[in-house]
Design a protein around this ligand. Sequence first.
Ligand SMILES: Nc1ncnc2c1ncn2[C@@H]1O[C@H](COP(=O)(O)OP(=O)(O)OP(=O)(O)O)[C@@H](O)[C@H]1O
Length: 462
Amino acid sequence: MSETTPHVLIVDDDPGIRMALNANFLRQGWTSETASGVREALRLIDRKSYDLVISDMRMPDGDGMEVLETVRATAPNTAVILLTAHGSVSQAVESMRHGAFDYLTKPVSFDQLRSMADRVLKSVKQQETPVAEPTVAASVPQATRNIVGTSPALLAALERARAAASTGADVLVEAESGAGKELLARYIHDMSDRANKPFVAVNCAAVPDHLIESELFGHTKGAFTGATGMRTGKFELANGGTLLLDEIGEMPLHLQPKLLRVLQEREFERLGDTRTLHVDIRIIATTNAGLAAMVERGSFRHDLYYRLNVIPLSLPPLRERMQDLPALAQHFALRFGAENRCATPQLAPSFLAAIARHSWPGNVREFGNFMRRVLSLHQGVVIDEACFDREFRPVLKQESTNPQGQMPVAGTRIADLERMHLERTLVLTGGNRTHAAEMLGVSLRTVRNKIKEYGLPPRSYA
Ligand SMILES: Nc1ncnc2c1ncn2[C@@H]1O[C@H](COP(=O)(O)OP(=O)(O)OP(=O)(O)O)[C@@H](O)[C@H]1O
């Protein structure tokens, strides 16, 4: 934010509102400019820098989300307040106001807008100082804005993450699948002094066992059959920044000593090479299985566990922070509107009440998948409880009444067929993933990945 008077851009296709706000801000001694639509606003944002952009949501040539996305991408220190004429989601919007950016429902009084503007600008200023208050208030850096929610449990996790970020120590994030571990890891990176350096993620469960060593450490040409060229490993790629080892519990036992050495010494060799490479990285590992129990069973080395667990962080499952649901619902609705270049779908209070009656065992991933399904299948209408009832399919429960099921009608998407087939198989095997993998003729890893991809609640499956 500039040290002098704030510079504001008002975007509204209604000339009356535009001129009234402009005159009021100018009277307050602010520098104010106006744009009559999205295109003009994007041109101005491209050329000049503003402390604050106040944008109408619906305009003939686009919507305020486009303005917001552009500002987020190009001017992270510019605050955005969106104005909407649609009041049906006031509760969600109120939560959203604290989570992603500020939001006011029209008609707004100038005083109301002015006091929100002051608060937002103050928050930006705090964020620009080196030691900022941990908060998910409006107009904070990109990473924070992506983490939606204001429940005490989430805020406490973010506060701890910020504290961890400032230390530079390695971190172990433990949470259920889909709860937001990777998001939290990115947040730690973005809040740390490595923010401008690479953030490299490796999903240890997704890389086949025989490839993970070269994936991490790289290899020279001819290091093993099939190594036709030199490959730079993820440790090298992350040099200076952060390496995320997602699902660390899946790290093969035989590789764990080598990983321990990198954690301790920050050095390693590429496969097929004798030269020792030194790296400066922060490691963030995540796990959704009880890693401590794996240590007890001997499937994870205790020395590696203690080395990784320098700062343990946990993120509560969604059912323990249900307060975040309205803001998350609104977040997915806004995203749907932006991605599909349509107006942001409206969510009725009855819909918000319906989602709050379920515990979402697959966490934010399951909830996000559900929102995408509802919004895709009910376009152009207010999303209410009836839409919820039609689309909500409690995983397993519905299928378990008739595990054999009937063949779905032609026209069902292949991905839906695959999901249904996987769910049925899991019902038949009593949730045993190993048996399900055998029945389906795929690897256990594939079953795990598909469970994750479709947002099926992991707890249900042994
Ligand atoms: N608080 C949140 N606000 C917005 N989106 C979220 C939030 N938490 C999670 N998500 C979204 O939910 C999805 C799952 O999150 P993420 O991948 O971080 O979870 P995870 O715990 O790492 O999952 P897994 O253990 O399955 O890898 C992502 O699309 C992420 O963007």
